[in-house]
Design a protein around this ligand. Sequence first.
Ligand code: ADP
Length: 319
Amino acid sequence: MFFQARGLTRRYGGTPVLRDVTFDVKQGEMVSIIGPSGAGKTTLLKLIAGLERPDEGALRFDTTPTRENPVILVFQDYVLFPNMTVFDNVAFGLRSRRIAKSEIRRRVMDVLDYFGLADKADQYPNELSGGQRQRVAIGRGLVVNPMMLLLDEPFANLDRNLKLQTAEFIRETQRTFGVTTLSVTHDLEEAFVMSDRIGLIMDGELVQYGRSKDIYFNPVHDEAARFLGPLNILEGEALRLVSDGPTGRVAVRPEALGLTVDENGPGIIAEAVFAGHFTRFAVDIGGERIVVYGNGPGLVPGARVSVRILDELIKKGTV
Ligand code: ADP
């Protein structure tokens, strides 16, 4: 075990905002903590970074963080020094560690090269794009050889396209440098893209911790299932019409259902909303209205359709 949080509880003015949070992170692992706003994610990060102390519980590192191998927190607004160049921003942590000038230059330029920022070394933060500033902030954390990197909402200030790119970039960087990383975010897609394991915090409790697919397809309860994405609950006639398989009550995500135009089909498209790489359909079937993501010719409001379950059901939660 590389890092372990055990029974962390934190109260503000008597109100617990984190309750009995226990989990571990392995060496070189990339973990994301997700959850709704106000769930306690930032508080957890502050405890791990040592900025605040838990009221109960403990943090354990395999080897104690030191000045040479610190735990580094990269803030969400990636606070760079505005009056320092990119080079000096990245070099800052090394300078305060009394490392030889030539060594500092080599390490900073290595990081800037890797991050595609070598030609920006002499520029100032306000001359960079949001994505570039984010990379400088992560570079500044990595250059000091951290034993653990903590990222607070790494996608918060990025536009949509840049979010996914940044998630992939963080993933690659994390693999290349092998640095154990814990990120806190409410951007689900990005968390799924980059993480080995995901923890879901709701209302101060870590309700689930595991591999991305397990979290998505095996949520611990209704509320968790719905936080992770839209959900259809199918039972009775509606269920019979979309499947020959399960009976009872099943939960299925909109992308796990398939639509085909079928003039004798049991469903009718009530609504079609174009959402870019998919269209969101509201379909009336068996007296229920369900949501299906898809694409295809002839799928327009008023069309008769058949609907099938194509993919995995949600196994727990609402079932
Ligand atoms: P998240 O990062 O998941 O949005 P936070 O950890 O920031 O959640 O906050 C969790 C809860 O704790 C919220 O209800 C917030 O208002 C409260 N909180 C956070 N910091 C403080 C503080 N310093 N004093 C009092 N309440 C706080």
